[in-house]
Write a protein that binds this ligand. Sequence first.
Ligand code: SAM
Length: 223
Amino acid sequence: MSTELVEDETKFYCKAKKYWKNVPATVDGMLGGYGHISNIDLNGSKKFLQRFLRDGPQKVDNSYALDCGAGIGRITKRLLLPIFKTVDMVDVTDEFLNKATAYLGEESKRIGNYYCSGLQEFSPEPNRYDVIWIQWVIGHLTDDHLVGFLKRCRIGLRPNGIVVIKDNITQEGAIMDDVDSSICRDMDLVRKLIKQAGLSVLAVEKQENFPDEIYHVFSLAMR
Ligand SMILES: C[S@@+](CC[C@H](N)C(=O)[O-])C[C@H]1O[C@@H](n2cnc3c(N)ncnc32)[C@H](O)[C@@H]1O
């Protein structure tokens, strides 16, 4: 359904790549001028993730995480590195990854790999990750590429590992943003694509306390 909005796949990806090349490598840049909501976002994510780290048969280990569409490492710094021993980052914009070491400071020693790649072409190493975090980037993939990427994420999970998508969700239907070249999908469509990738949703939570004028943001955990 939403892929019909993408008339030319090559242009869709090129335009997004060009857009991000011109965005400053700052927290405000990562959040399209909404840098002030970063703390609320990260606190909400921490709470969402915590439930999976509690003792129990399905407990998620804290060895290795992957930050997808990581940018300069806003999430890596404040959410993932405080929990996981090692974090890998993948992003299509090399300027952001180049900035990450300085942005992360001393803790950048615990970054395993910086991968400069589009997620549509990226394959997480099999059986490596406890958490694969995918935030504010699924809109940059066509439906088919998102399904393909999620399938490869499945292979990248360790036992008990989870994939988390946190992203903007429309009330109904898919909406194209021609400025950054991305698609915003509704919950039914996101769930359909997750199912097509062979993943089952474990938890869904709406991010509270975000400004009224922006899309609703949901976290979905799956394995
Ligand atoms: C809205 S920013 C979010 C950054 C980070 N996830 C955060 O929340 O702070 C989107 C990021 O996705 C990256 N990106 C865009 N298209 C991509 C693609 N096809 N594959 C991988 N990364 C992509 C951009 O370079 C940018 O860093």
